[in-house]
Every structure is written in structure tokens, then in C-alpha cells.
Design a protein around this ligand. Structure first.
Ligand code: SF4
Ligand code: FES
Length: 218
């Protein structure tokens, strides 16, 4: 059974006994939505690599093991109840610049009309794989959101469609990230190790370059 199915069984047992079930977050159960964010035996999304908690299976553990489950811990992710945290800080970072403006008045340019270097397209796609789960923050001793924010900045920075608002985007998203109370990056790299989508630290370096050049322009 999957890890979340194990929690379902636990909760069914608690409900049958008239006790309160344990609150935990989940939605797709397919590694897409990023909702199932749990700290399992001290690791975000548990002991496996490149998977989310909903993709973790109980065969990863031995019979009789004690499993310690905690909510993701960070000042910017307040605990709502039990294992569920409020990750709306990520939504507010996205709202600060994680979008592009497209003319939809009937003059929309076909995306394929703009040639894009294959390497840039691949890198942009890799950055866009971030599901906003927050494991990078939970893994970081500084509770930094640099990996998440840099993935969101990078996915647009690498494409011509994203360059139009690039200066404003990186300044606004970093400002919001700081406002939310996330810590700074000290290049520990725990975020990259624990990220279920393999988001690379190169995105942080790219965001720092974008930020520096945007600051000089600003
Ligand atoms: S960078 Fe990785 S760990 Fe961080 S929010 Fe995105 S998918 Fe989750
Ligand atoms: S429930 Fe959606 S990623 Fe796990």
C-alpha cells in the first residue's frame, strides 16, 4: 500500500474508535499537485528520491519500524492542524510575477512561430516541472525558498515570451519571497537532493544573475 493509503487506514481505525482522524493534505495522489507534503523520518517526502509522499510505498519500510511523521517546518508555512501546513506563501510569490502577459484579443501569435533553442526549451521545461510542494524549504536549514522561486523565474527567463516582463518579475518575486519570511540561500544543496522533481541548483544561479542585472537596470 502507498504511504497515504496507510494514513487512510490509520484514520479509518481512529474514526471507528470515535477518535479524531489525523489531518493531512493530499489531492492528486499522482505526484502532480504537490499537496502531500510530509516530513517522514526527518526527510521531506520520505526516504526515496525523486518522488512525492503519495508515490512512496510501505515496502520502503520494515515490519515493526517506527515511522515519525511531521508537518513541513518553516516560519512561512504555518501549521493549520496536525500534518497540514499553509503553503499560500508560495501562491503569493507566484502572484508577484509568475506569469506572462499574452495578447488574447484575436491577435495571439502561434507559439511555434517563435524559434527557441532546444537547450533553452528543455531547461525551461525542466524548471516548469516544479510542483510547489515546499520540500526544498523543509529540507533547508534556513527554510529558504530559493529553489522554488528560481524555478518559477527560470521557466520564463529562458523563453522569449518571458523576457518582456523579466526585469520586473525577478525583482517582485524575490521581494515577495523575502517578505514571506523565507531564509536566505547558503548553498547547502539539501533542496536539490530532496526535490521530488529534480529541480537543479543551476536555477538559483540563474535567478541570482537575473536579479543582479535587473537591479542594475532598475
Ligand atoms: S523546487 Fe522541488 S522541492 Fe521545491 S517546491 Fe518545486 S518541486 Fe517542490
Ligand atoms: S497528492 Fe498530489 S503530489 Fe501527492
Amino acid at each position: 500500500m502507498s504511504f497515504l493509503e496507510m494514513l487512510d487506514v490509520l484514520n479509518n481505525g481512529l474514526i471507528e474508535k470515535g477518535e479524531e482522524p489525523v489531518v493531512f493534505d493530499h489531492d492528486c495522489r499522482e505526484g502532480i499537485c504537490g499537496a502531500c507534503s510530509l516530513q517522514i523520518n526527518g526527510e521531506p517526502h520520505g526516504p526515496d528520491r525523486l518522488i512525492t509522499t503519495c508515490q512512496l510505498h510501505m515496502r520502503k519500510f520494515n515490519d515493526g519500524d517506527t515511522i515519525v511523521i511531521e508537518p513541513f517546518r518553516a516560519k512561512a508555512f504555518p501549521v493549520i492542524k496536525d500534518l497540514m501546513v499553509d503553503r499560500n506563501a508560495f501562491e503569493r510569490i507566484q502572484q508577484a510575477g509568475g506569469y506572462i502577459s499574452v495578447n488574447t484579443s484575436g491577435n495571439t501569435i502561434d507559439a511555434n512561430a517563435i524559434p527557441i533553442d532546444k537547450h533553452d526549451a528543455d531547461e525551461s521545461f525542466n524548471a516548469a516541472a516544479c510542483i510547489g510542494c515546499g520540500a526544498c524549504v523543509a529540507a533547508c536549514k534556513n527554510a529558504s525558498a530559493m529553489l522554488f522561486t528560481s524555478a518559477k523565474v527560470s521557466q520564463f527567463a529562458l523563453l522569449p515570451q518571458g523576457r518582456v516582463e523579466a526585469t520586473r518579475r525577478v525583482l517582485n518575486m524575490v521581494e515577495q519571497m523575502d517578505k514571506e519570511g523565507f531564509g536566505n540561500c547558503t548553498n547547502t544543496g539539501a533542496c536539490e537532493v530532496e526535490c521530488p522533481k529534480g529541480i537543479s541548483l543551476e536555477n538559483i544561479a540563474r535567478m541570482n544573475r537575473e536579479y543582479l542585472s535587473a537591479s542594475l537596470k532598475g
